[in-house]
Design a protein around this ligand. Structure first.
Ligand SMILES: [Zn+2]
Length: 100
């Protein structure tokens, strides 16, 4: 019982931390269209909800997810909005499925 409570605390803390990081990077808490970058530099939009993902394997801040641009599996991380050009944003805007 005690172990379970500790585990729940750790899980809740992880989600809260991720939410805080996303909020500080993105300027808002939840963004259904987060631009992410794969390890090969492809940009695409994905639904990034802290603590939740149905189609990606979570590795802390990174996620293993299928890149719809290069059609390969890759670790992806949210891109900084300030680093994106308009062209980047437009290219990224038309991709991905609306599933976290
Ligand atoms: Zn890619």
């Amino acid at each position: 019982m005690r172990r379970r409570r500790i585990w729940l605390g750790v899980a809740a803390g992880t989600v809260a931390l991720e939410a805080a990081v996303v909020a500080s990077r993105r300027g808002r808490l939840l963004d259904p269209h987060t631009v992410v970058r794969c390890r090969q530099g492809h940009l695409f939009t994905t639904l990034w909800v802290p603590g939740v993902s149905l189609k990606a394997l979570r590795l802390g801040w990174w996620r293993l997810q299928r890149c719809p641009v290069g059609r390969h599996w890759s670790l992806v991380t949210p891109a900084r909005e300030a680093d994106l050009s308009d062209a980047d944003r437009q290219a990224a805007a038309q991709r991905d499925l609306p599933v976290p």
